[in-house]
Design a protein around this ligand. Structure first.
Ligand SMILES: NC(=O)c1ccc[n+]([C@@H]2O[C@H](COP(=O)([O-])OP(=O)(O)OC[C@H]3O[C@@H](n4cnc5c(N)ncnc54)[C@H](OP(=O)(O)O)[C@@H]3O)[C@@H](O)[C@H]2O)c1
Length: 248
């Protein structure tokens, strides 16, 4: 019986990359899992099968692309999850689109997209999902920041993405202050440069060359940190780099 036996987990963006590795780690520790994906039915099917093999009890999943208005997507994803698996005790928000652009060349549309998908969408999901967690007296929320967004700093080519990701620290700390005493934790992991099935050859080269030790992070390394944070209620409102000391 795993440490998350009896807990219902929702992983948003759980069909690939870091989200998938985290979903599999939760399944292997006994959580009843709902895996959310964006567009690929093939990846969703594979993720559900892998999670079942990993030892998960109930494993379900669905696709729901996050599009504007993101509040509708947030509400629909939680409603669909509640119908098939109950409202989540553990909420993992892994989906977080990335775009590289200098601050002087970032368009209004890019600012809006990156802020909506990386900050407003997670913010609304947390605000909606937290009520049931508070009422039950137990909840775990995990957000994903960007590389090196654990502190306020400048970025040469990712200002809009990194600004939204840095703000997730305020969201997590606000949950800790409002709901920590009710048994709810919220933390942010800031992964290092991580190769996933979505990474292009150019991104893999960049990740390899910039990462300490000369190799990119693997999603499983991030997932291992994630389960440790979810397991331990002493983490609350924490913003935690999991990046081998990366400085980009
Ligand atoms: N990879 C890195 O180097 C790195 C570094 C620092 C931080 N991060 C952060 O860590 C988190 C995970 O990153 P990642 O690189 O593993 O994966 P990701 O590309 O952010 O997420 C992949 C997941 O999101 C889903 N998805 C894609 N487009 C979607 C849409 N429009 N609506 C809803 N879902 C959609 C994918 O489903 P489909 O496959 O069906 O599209 C898949 O399940 C993100 O928040 C990211 O910003 C990543």
């Amino acid at each position: 019986m795993g440490i998350f036996h009896g807990k219902r987990a929702l992983v948003v963006g759980g069909t690939g990359g870091i989200g998938l590795a985290t979903a599999l780690a939760l399944a292997s520790r006994g959580a009843a899992l709902t895996i959310h994906g964006g567009n690929s039915a093939e990846r969703l099917g594979r993720a559900i099968e892998q999670a079942r093999l990993a030892g998960g009890g109930a494993v379900t999943g669905f696709l729901h692309p996050v599009q504007a208005p993101v509040e509708d997507a947030a509400a629909s994803i939680l409603e669909r999850t509640a119908k098939i698996n109950g409202s989540p005790d553990i909420l993992i928000l892994a989906y977080g689109p990335f775009k590289r652009c200098t601050v002087q060349d970032t368009t209004a549309a890019q600012w809006r997209f990156l802020a909506e998908h990386n900050l407003i969408f997670p913010g609304i999901m947390v605000s909606l999902a937290i009520h049931d967690m508070i009422n039950r007296g137990w909840g775990r929320i995990l957000l994903f920041g960007g590389s090196n967004t654990a502190e306020v700093r400048g970025f040469t080519t990712t200002a809009a993405y990194s600004a939204a990701k840095t703000a997730l620290g305020t969201l997590a700390k606000s949950v800790a202050r409002n709901a920590g005493e009710k048994g709810v934790s919220c933390n942010v992991i800031c992964p290092g440069l991580t190769d996933t099935e979505y990474s292009t050859a150019q991104e893999r080269k960049y990740n390899r060359e910039r990462s300490p030790g000369g190799s990119a992070m693997a999603p499983e390394e991030i997932a291992l940190a994630a389960v440790g944070i979810l397991e331990n209620p002493a983490f609350n409102g924490s913003v935690i780099p999991v990046d081998r000391g990366l400085w980009v």
